[in-house]
Design a protein around this ligand. Structure first.
Ligand code: ZN
Length: 441
């Protein structure tokens, strides 16, 4: 079983001590993470030291079977061997890791945000560590800037701890995508700069969208994100959008003529249509999506955090991971949610219906084999990087996926979306306490 691994240990010579607490990750051709539920273990893992992870419970993701008593041997940053512990030949000088651990593939957060360099380099690096600490070995940054290209290179080369980065370029929206010529120029520029995909926000006219699609195709570039009002779900599917994020425009599709209204609020994603949407059209929407081969990144946690009255801002403040984020950011989120829920058109029952429709859509997309990818939109609105991806996994299960299928959205499906054998890293927790201190919590 030959497995490709980029270990943090081998990649990051700068890391002298790796603290394994809740999560350790390694990778396979399908990818592999070790998720260790136990107490922390500190390991010094110098560059290129062979690593043997002994006697663990292994979920390869090839099937939903957990193999117990497995040993994993990592040589030169590559998973060289896995098999029953009795058959393992531990290399000389290997760093041996033992414990009652579960090993699963490294997870991907496919609607990630990397902070802007304007927010400070330290915070940018801290966010990458947060992803890594929760077993997130791949992220797709959904609002890129030149500094992120540099981060992508540095994490790839092992000069900086962080997950494998894919990044969009700066956003296409009403303000930037002003006419077809400008749009073509932006696409060309982002292709030449080496961004991995284009990020769409709302407010793009149909004419500008069509120009974007044609130009993107000529560069072989993915375009993903929101769907603009003038574009709509059907045109987006027809154009072969890479991924639709936040289940954007599905509520409009379900609402027919009722959806002919200006967008009330960027965060609504059709909340105002919840009482008009025809749930009978969900299957059709899912079928069309599957047929078009377009992926979805539902980011259900984002909408739950804004709309779900089961969770108050005070509850959400206590969720794991908040302690690593700047305190004033959490305050801003609390204010935002409080404001949203005190608007005249906020109604808990309508919110429940909206979130239920989103769950049914999520499940229908899965059942129709329209691809789902895990994404939590972190760090935004009570979604701490990494931690929020775990919450999104739980919400996928709440929507009706099995835990195994939920894990697939962050592993196997990601490999399919990327059109390559996935690669993730051996990830270990460290430096989180320093991040927490910097956050001032
Ligand atoms: Zn986002």
């Amino acid at each position: 079983m030959k497995r490709v691994v980029r270990t943090l240990a081998s990649a990051a010579a700068m890391l002298t001590a790796l603290l394994i607490t809740s999560t350790v990750a390694a990778v396979s051709g399908g990818h592999l993470v070790i998720s260790a539920g136990g107490t922390g273990i500190v390991q010094d893992v110098p560059d290129r030291t062979p690593i043997a992870i002994r006697n663990v419970n292994l979920l390869t993701m090839e099937t939903d079977e957990v193999l117990s008593g497995q040993t994993i041997i990592i040589m030169d940053g590559i998973i060289a061997w896995t098999g029953p512990d009795d058959d393992a030949q531990i290399p000389d000088g290997a760093r041996v890791i033992t414990g009652n651990y579960y090993v699963i593939p490294g997870l991907a957060e496919m609607h990630a945000h990397i902070p802007s360099v304007r927010q400070g380099e330290q915070y940018m690096h801290d966010v990458l560590v947060m992803y890594l600490s929760q077993g997130i070995t791949t992220i797709r940054g959904m609002l890129g800037e030149p500094a992120h290209l540099d981060l992508r290179d540095k994490t790839r080369d092992g000069d900086l701890p962080g997950p494998r980065i894919f990044t969009s370029g700066p956003s296409f929206n009403a303000g930037t995508a002003t006419d077809p010529e400008t749009v073509r120029g932006m696409v060309k520029e982002q292709a030449e700069a080496g961004y991995d995909l284009l990020k769409l926000h709302p407010g793009i006219t149909l004419e500008n969208f069509n120009a974007l699609v044609a130009e993107a195709r000529s560069h072989g570039l993915d375009f993903s994100g929101h769907i603009s009002y003038e574009v709509g779900l059907i045109r987006s599917l027809e154009a072969g959008q890479g991924s639709i994020d936040h289940l954007d425009r599905y509520m409009e599709y379900l609402s027919g003529d009722a959806a002919n209204r200006p967008d009330p609020n960027i965060i609504y994603f059709g909340y105002d249509l919840a009482n008009k949407a025809d749930a009978g059209l969900i299957d059709e929407a899912a079928r069309l999506t599957a047929e078009a081969g377009v992926w979805n990144v539902p980011t259900n946690t984002l909408l739950v955090n804004v709309f779900d009255s089961r969770y108050s801002p005070d509850d959400m403040r206590q969720w794991p991971g908040m302690e690593y984020l700047p305190a004033q950011m959490i305050e801003g989120w609390a204010d935002y949610v409080t404001r949203m829920r005190s608007q005249d058109d906020y109604d808990p029952d309508q919110a429940r219906r909206f979130l239920d429709l989103r769950n049914r859509l999520t499940l229908a997309l899965h059942q129709h084999d329209a691809g789902l990818l895990l994404g939590a939109d972190a760090p935004q609105i009570f979604n701490p990087p990494g931690f929020a991806a775990h919450r999104e996994l739980a919400l996928l299960v709440e929507a009706g996926l099995t835990p195994f299928d939920a894990l697939r959205t962050a592993t196997v499906n990601v490999g399919r979306y990327l059109g390559e054998e996935s690669e993730t890293g051996m990830v270990m927790q460290e430096m989180l306490s320093a991040v927490r201190e910097r956050a001032g919590n």
